[in-house]
Design a protein around this ligand. Sequence first.
Ligand SMILES: [Zn+2]
Length: 310
Amino acid sequence: MLVLASLGLALLLSQQTSNCPDCRNDPRRPLLCSAHLEAETTLLREQRALLARSKDIDERLAAIDKVAALTRAHANVPSPVVARFLADALRDESLAVRRSALARLLDGQHHDETVRGVLDGWKEGQKLWRVLDAKLVLSEGSTESGKAPVALTTEELSDIPDYTLALIRALGRLRDERAWNALHAYFRAPLDRTPGRFLVAAADSMLQLDSRKSCDATIALLAEIEDAFVGGQVPRRFAGDQRTDLLASLKAPLENASEHDHAEIVALLAQYATLRNLAPPESEEPLRAADWKAWLKLNRDALPEKIGAQ
Ligand SMILES: [Zn+2]
């Protein structure tokens, strides 16, 4: 019992962060004290060598954890070198390693390097999605024409979308103009090839950036989805009965936006209004983009003009 308790305590201590009075945030760059600089240099050399030689996922994940943990001893001065190491891991061939590096990067690491790293990771992640998207097009085509089916693995159908979602959520945590630009560009993705839940996650991230223009952009997205429904321009993407067909059930979470996603974005806007202590529009449910446009006009001045940097 005592052993267990002390093990628990050791674990707790290892998770704790502390500030170092000797590390300094110089206006030009963070300056680590000699002890922390030495710890960083030694560990990074070791773990870089390990990543270069080991293909073992557990070892690679452990390397990410160890390097990320360096910042805990001087949380007041996160090192850009550590953030860059984690950002580089967003190109790892294993999606598990990428996901772990992304989570560690968002956890108190050097702000500017984190922003750059996540944006680069987002670019890389979109490439993965585009390849999967092209395969989905071919796979649907072969189902309809009776040609040989395109091989799609369960991994591709679940891991790549999950990682894409993690990246979209990461953009909302950056609190930086550059994240707004990336999300705004994403809002222009074709509605008939972008999973509805990706758009909902992107709207959520956009609203987390907490500014007038993030509200503007989210309402514009809502209007676009609404227009597409009215014109019937967002057809179902995937054929097959998801209750009886395994492939169809794996593809179901990648479906185009639906009324359900529209309702989720409306709920996110209402949640944002509440968070800002503002009453949501008073129109009859379900609320539409026009209601939110009028709401924003009334409440414009109550919302921050700029996205706050951390
Ligand atoms: Zn220090």
